[in-house]
Design a protein around this ligand. Structure first.
Ligand code: DGL
Length: 268
């Protein structure tokens, strides 16, 4: 039994889709979210920079006495998970392995698509992980960088979203995929449009949901679940523009963002 909070970080607001799943699956856990809104996007940056930023985000959470850290960002998970696991003496969980495992298990024909930021797809983290779970899979990764600003504009149901999805996803449809990993925090919000484009027979895998499931299992294994069945406390920190975070965050979280503070990037 451990009532310390779980720390969750992302490059900005997108990780709230992961937080939302954690709130649903672990309703008694206290949570601290950090969004590095001053330095988003991570998805177009170099490995070295993503590792450095991720380490600073995790260190900030560690300073808040968290019992585990969830890297709620696909880009940071792809590049920095091993690095962070070596640096901290608490469980550090990324979104790649849970998403890859689920994709490998739901596919029937072995043709799996992965979409994400340029850094995530170029790292091949999902592609390699999926092949470990399913050796004969054919995995095709496509970077879809425009999806992030489309979601942040609130255009997820628009013609722009649909045309963009048609352009990005055409190659995956040609390869007859039957499973598609939504390998970026923002993509679950585009679920409806993506499904419309890829068709009803393609299963969409949401790593956020799978990560929350894994987190629950890991906390249980470490005997650090919070068994204090009271209303949990949710705290949010950002490195820039808190009011924008509060405004847009609601669409990701489906909940009001109450306790929100801005921290200076230099203090990270
Ligand atoms: N959160 C990032 C991810 O899941 C998307 C936004 C960014 O590029 O930082 O990959």
């Amino acid at each position: 039994m451990d009532n310390r909070p779980i720390g969750i970080f992302d490059s900005g607001i997108g990780g709230l889709t992961v937080m939302r799943e954690i709130m649903e699956q672990l309703p008694y856990e206290n949570l601290i979210y950090f969004g590095d809104t001053a330095r988003i996007p991570y998805g177009s940056r170099s490995e070295q920079t993503i590792k450095k930023y991720s380490y600073q985000c995790a260190s900030f959470l560690k300073s808040k006495n968290v019992k585990a850290i969830v890297i709620a960002c696909n880009t940071a998970s792809s590049i920095a998970l091993d690095h962070l696991k070596n640096q901290f003496d608490i469980p550090v969980i990324g979104v790649i392995e849970p998403g890859a495992r689920s994709a490998a298990s739901v596919t029937k024909n072995g043709h799996i698509g992965v979409i994400g930021t340029t850094a995530t797809i170029n790292s091949s983290a999902y592609q390699e992980r999926i092949m470990e779970f399913k050796h004969d899979a054919e995995v095709i990764g496509i970077p879809c960088p425009l999806f992030v600003p489309i979601v942040e504009e609130g255009w997820e149901y628009s013609n722009v979203a649909e045309l963009t999805a048609e352009k990005y996803l055409a190659e995956l449809i040609e390869h007859d995929i039957d499973a598609l990993v939504l390998g970026c925090t923002h993509y679950p919000i585009l679920r409806y449009t993506i499904k419309k484009v890829v068709g009803p027979y393609v299963k969409l895998v949401n790593p956020a949901f799978e990560t929350a499931k894994d987190l629950k299992k890991i906390l249980g294994e470490f005997s650090i679940l919070n068994e204090n069945f009271e209303l949990p406390k949710y705290e949010y920190f950002v490195s820039d523009a808190p009011e924008r975070f509060r405004r847009l965050g609601g669409n990701f979280l489906k909940k009001e963002i109450d306790i929100l503070s801005e921290i200076a990037i230099d203090n990270l």
